[in-house]
Design a binder for this molecule. Structure first.
Ligand SMILES: Cc1ncc(COP(=O)(O)O)c(C=O)c1O
Length: 389
């Protein structure tokens, strides 16, 4: 069996034409809080490592250099509370998105197999299931799939995009226990883990307490059937490098490596060097988090003043906002229960682009996703436009 043809599937961000046109017509210019693409410079420590590795005449290692794999294992131990990642069971990926989209196919899933992903979710989980010919199941309820032998892959996304919800150890453990009963693979997509905001997920100096799927309290000390996908795009401002990795079960990683070697799915050598440097430097990650903290506080204040509640958003790069209906009397605020496109249109009339929640599934259709990835000046201007006068 081959890949399903997805060429006719609409790409959500390409469907925003009318909202985009409204925002662009704003006399003081458009402010983009939609796609979460980093806007701050790539740190010098990362760029220097990339430049120093620019003589890359030979083919790079699909498995990643030993230095990169050791840096990933050390990072898991130092930053994620996971002391037992085997460097052999680490594999760089060309950004996380390709891994998310291809994993069901690379694991050999097909028609009749079910891929579980969060009810409100990054769309690529669904796309990847469809590409393989498998069936996506959008649910946060473990009981909806526990015991089903057709469930072969379960995605956990904590901290979540778009909701910013964080799964605690008890929930992750429940997912793992249920999956192990039927042999399903569980993958944690954790690329926002270094951006905690809620007190309960924030340790000294802003260190993350967001639990990993590979945390021994979750895994019980065995990574069997478990993988974590991680991306440096956000924490190190390298979305343009395509720098990510997957780690966990040595047997699963061996299988992925074998297939990816056949396909030539290789992270370029200079990017591998840049990733190694990025993973060894916590200072730039902390500095970037401080920048986002400022933008987040400003936008939270403005959204609150305009009558929005922000749900979840305990970690990550987004505010997941819905109108409550109780704003200052007389203010032009969206009404409670408005659809996410109506809400996006409300922002567009202020020259602001945000993501309609429906992009993330029907359960998201009463929210908008407001990204923190805009320059400080743009955030200041957005705050002024959102705050009722
Ligand atoms: C939940 C989630 N997973 C994966 C990705 C992909 O990241 P990248 O392909 O830049 O590594 C994103 C990017 O927005 C994301 O939000």
């Amino acid at each position: 069996m081959g890949f399903a043809d997805l060429s006719a599937l609409a790409y959500p961000w390409d469907t925003l034409g009318d909202v985009r046109a409204t925002a662009r017509a704003h006399p003081d210019g458009v402010l983009d809080l939609s796609i979460g693409t980093p806007v701050d410079p790539t740190p010098a420590v990362v760029r220097d490592a990339l430049a120093a590795a620019s003589d890359a005449h030979g083919y790079p290692l699909t498995h990643g250099t030993p230095a990169l794999r050791a840096a990933v294992a050390a990072w898991f131990a130092r930053r994620r509370g996971v002391p037992d990642v085997d460097p052999e069971a680490v594999l760089p990926t060309v950004g996380s998105k390709e891994l998310v989209g291809l994993l069901p196919s690379l694991l050999g899933l097909g028609p009749g197999d079910v891929v579980v992903h969060p009810a409100v979710a990054y769309p690529t989980y669904d796309v990847g299931a469809r590409l393989a010919g498998a069936t996506p199941l959008a649910t946060d309820d473990v009981d909806a799939w526990a015991g089903r032998p057709d469930v072969r892959l379960v995605w956990v996304n904590s901290p979540g995009n778009p909701t910013g919800a964080v799964a605690d150890v008890a929930h992750l453990r429940r997912v793992v226990d249920a999956a192990r009963e039927t042999g399903a693979v569980v993958v944690g997509d954790e690329c926002y883990a270094e951006l905690p905001w809620a007190d309960r997920w924030t340790g000294p100096d802003g260190a993350s307490l967001v639990p990993s799927l590979l945390d021994p309290r979750v895994s019980g000390g065995s990574h069997e059937r478990l993988l974590v996908a991680y991306s440096l795009s956000k924490q190190s401002n390298v979305a343009g490098y395509r720098a990510a990795f997957v780690a966990g079960d040595p047997a699963l990683v061996r299988g992925l490596l074998a297939t990816r070697k056949h396909l030539g799915m290789i992270v370029p050598a200079p990017v591998q060097a840049a990733m190694t440097a990025a993973l060894g430097d916590d200072a730039h990650v902390a500095a970037q988090r401080a920048v986002y903290a400022g933008r987040r506080a400003a936008l939270l204040g403005a959204l609150g003043a305009a009558g929005f509640a922000v749900d979840g958003s305990e970690a990550g790069l987004y505010l997941w906002a819905r109108p409550t209906g109780d704003a200052r009397a007389g203010a032009d605020v969206p009404v409670e229960g408005a659809t996410s496109r109506e809400l996006a249109a409300w922002f567009a009339r202020r020259g602001i682009l945000v993501g309609p929640g429906e992009f993330y599934g029907p359960a998201g259709d009463r929210h908008v996703r407001v990204a923190l990835t805009a320059p400080d000046d743009d955030v200041t201007r957005a705050v002024a436009r959102i705050t009722p006068s």
